[in-house]
Design a protein around this ligand. Structure first.
Ligand SMILES: [Zn+2]
Length: 54
C-alpha cells in the first residue's frame, strides 16, 4: 500500500518536472510583455516573473 503511494508520488514528481521544463521552454521563446510595479514585473503572456528589487 505504502509502496504503491510512494510510486505514485514519484510519478507525479516526474510529471511536474516535465511540465516545469515545458513552461521554461515556452518562457524562453516568449516575446515578453511585462507589467507590474517597481518590485517585480510579470509577463502577461507566459507569466514569467522578474524581480526588480534587490
Ligand atoms: Zn513572456
Amino acid at each position: 500500500m505504502i509502496e504503491q503511494l510512494q510510486q505514485e508520488i514519484n510519478e507525479l514528481h516526474a510529471r511536474v518536472k516535465i511540465l516545469q521544463q515545458h513552461i521554461e521552454e515556452l518562457q524562453q521563446t516568449c516575446d515578453h510583455h511585462f507589467c507590474g510595479d517597481s518590485y517585480f514585473v510579470k509577463c502577461t503572456k507566459c507569466h514569467k516573473i522578474e524581480v526588480l528589487y534587490y
